[in-house]
Design a protein. Structure first.
Length: 145
């Protein structure tokens, strides 16, 4: 398996990574994804793609390094998804290990992510990979003004 960071102008974002990412984020269109990445890139958002031995994208991770008062410096994982046909083949484990190395390189003290309450299979995976449940995440939709 090969994991690559893809810059905002890389065509593989649209052609390879987005179809995998849409398994987790089906609302993303090509246009919306490009808009989010263009804005997010300036805020530290990065995407990494995992490719199998045949060169097929089988995993995607969106992540950023964040400094805050609670965890000081962390690598926050916005998105972590393995293509449905490649689940339980080690892709998620490889992506997490890659992100942990990126966190160490960036001087992070934590690797952090949120996971929807309905995603019990993902929770089992995260617990198996030695991530701890340490907080509740609260959300309130805000109407555009």
């Amino acid at each position: 398996m090969k994991i690559l960071d893809l810059g905002p102008d890389d065509a593989r974002l649209r052609d390879d990574l987005l179809p995998v990412l849409r398994e987790l984020r089906p609302h993303l269109t090509v246009e919306l994804f490009q808009e989010v990445y263009e804005k997010g890139y300036a805020q530290g958002l990065r995407f990494s793609a995992a490719y199998d031995d045949e060169g097929v994208c089988v995993g995607a991770a969106g992540w950023r390094v964040v400094d805050n008062t609670s965890l000081i410096r962390m690598l926050y994982v916005d998105d972590l998804v393995t293509a449905g046909h490649a689940r339980s083949t080690g892709v998620g484990r490889e992506l997490l290990a890659y992100l942990e190395e990126r966190a160490k390189e960036a001087g992070c003290l934590h690797l952090n992510l949120d996971s929807g309450t309905h995603r019990t299979d993902a929770h089992r995976f995260y617990l198996r990979e030695r991530l701890d449940i340490v907080a509740f995440h609260f959300d309130k939709a805000v109407e555009a003004g």
